[in-house]
Design a protein around this ligand. Structure first.
Ligand SMILES: [Zn+2]
Ligand SMILES: [Zn+2]
Length: 407
């Protein structure tokens, strides 16, 4: 690759910073008009028009309401194609911030920062197109504006999963994406190799015994007692079956059964959640949950076990993470790049990371002088907008670093 005039970190930061007002304006425009999963029509239209104004070809209707753009650099000489991803959907929450750009749609709010993600990726598109036009981009960029991170459609697919199914990842060599982080301050970014966010599956167990009169338990097979044995067997999964150096959660959180004090019911229903940071542990939790059902069977009962797969664990590729961290440290300074603990929340970026190497990182959006956090998924979630150009620069830096090292 011709590296006569390589892109520098200083240039990336300067060009992103110069776009601050524009990125803030995009973010507020999207923030005022939040749209739920797979209904991101206005947001997609804004994305399309910005990309077209930049001279970037944009394909709409990807994964229903998503947009994919392409910034073509020096691909003729075999440069890599790097994917950058932002999610676009909002949540069914009534905003209570009281700013001039509060949501204008009752009951709907960008409470997970996806408005900021979309605006930052538009900023990144602007910066990257600039470098491409100067003939200095050592590869190509695929911009993925995905719908529906927060929810699944009637075919049980989320937006990221649907993009993967439609082949969007096929011509991508590596993928990078970010999420706002309400707990770390502006200027900081964080990531870690391996499992970063958890995969979560929901579990429902219908425990079948034999109903009867409360005064004649010997004629019945009490499903409450069977449920008690099952609950205890499940407690052994994490404590006795999981390697102490690995992590996993099994929480059975609801239990329902019975209608009268003198009636032994036929069934008891127990449900809960299982979370883990690797596909292997996820499988182990599932296998051990099935094994726990055997206790009920040994006592003459039956269990209908239903495991509903939610998002898989978000697992960062070690090499792509090293590349991204190197680029981010050059951009922001070593002390601004931290390695957070894994998070037990989930992300559908995980589907993209299953396809190609990549790295997901978090961007601090907490104001320096704020004395409290405003967490995502709450009615007062907010960000310090000075984080926006930093996020834009971080996306550009990750992509450019990959292209430079791998080109
Ligand atoms: Zn969310
Ligand atoms: Zn989110």
């Amino acid at each position: 690759m011709n590296q006569k005039n390589p892109i520098t970190s200083e240039e990336i930061l300067a060009r992103a910073t110069a776009l601050q007002d524009q990125i803030v304006d995009w973010r507020r425009t999207i923030h005022k008009q939040p749209e739920l999963s797979f209904t991101e029509i206005k947001t997609a239209r804004l994305v399309q028009s910005v990309l077209n104004d930049l001279g970037i070809e944009a394909e709409t209707g990807v994964a229903k309401t998503g947009v994919v753009g392409r910034v073509v650099g020096k691909n003729d000489s075999g440069g890599p194609t790097v994917g950058l991803r932002a999610d676009m959907d909002a949540l069914p929450i009534q905003e209570e911030n009281g700013t001039e750009f509060d949501s204008e749609r009752p009951g709907l709010m960008h409470a997970c920062g996806h408005d900021a993600h979309t605006a930052m990726l538009l900023g990144a598109a602007t910066v990257l197109k600039g470098f491409a036009d100067e003939g200095r981009l050592p590869g190509s960029i695929k911009l993925l504006f995905q719908p529906s991170e927060e929810n699944r459609d009637d075919e049980n697919l989320s937006g990221g999963e649907r993009m993967v199914k439609e082949g969007v990842m096929d011509d991508i060599d590596a993928i990078f994406g970010l999420h706002v982080d309400s707990r770390s301050t502006v200027g900081k970014v964080g990531t870690r190799p391996g499992g970063f966010l958890a995969g979560g599956d929901s579990v429902k167990a219908v425990i079948r015994g034999k109903g009867g009169h409360g005064a004649a338990p010997h004629m019945a097979n009490d499903p409450l007692v069977l449920a008690a044995h099952f609950l205890l067997a499940v407690q052994n999964i994490v404590s006795r079956r999981l390697d102490p150096l690995e992590s996993g959660v099994v929480s059975l959180t609801t239990i329902h059964g019975g209608t009268a004090i003198n009636v032994i019911p036929e069934t008891v229903t127990i449900a809960g959640t299982m979370r883990s940071l690797t596909p292997e542990i996820s499988q182990l939790l599932e296998d051990e949950m099935r094994r726990a059902c055997k206790v009920v069977e040994a006592l003459g009962g039956e269990v209908d076990l239903e495991i509903i797969k939610y998002y898989p664990p978000t697992v960062n590729d070690p090499e792509a993470t090293e590349v991204a961290v190197h680029g981010l440290k050059k951009l922001l300074g070593n002390e601004q790049v931290h390695e957070p603990k894994p998070v037990m929340g989930g992300e559908d970026f995980s589907y993209m990371l299953r396809e190609k190497p990549g790295c997901f990182f978090v961007l601090g959006v907490k104001g320096e002088d704020w004395d409290q956090d405003y967490p995502v998924h709450t009615s007062t979630f907010r960000i310090d907008e000075t984080a926006l150009p930093i996020g834009t620069a971080a996306l550009v830096a990750s992509a450019v670093e990959w292209m430079t090292q791998k080109g």
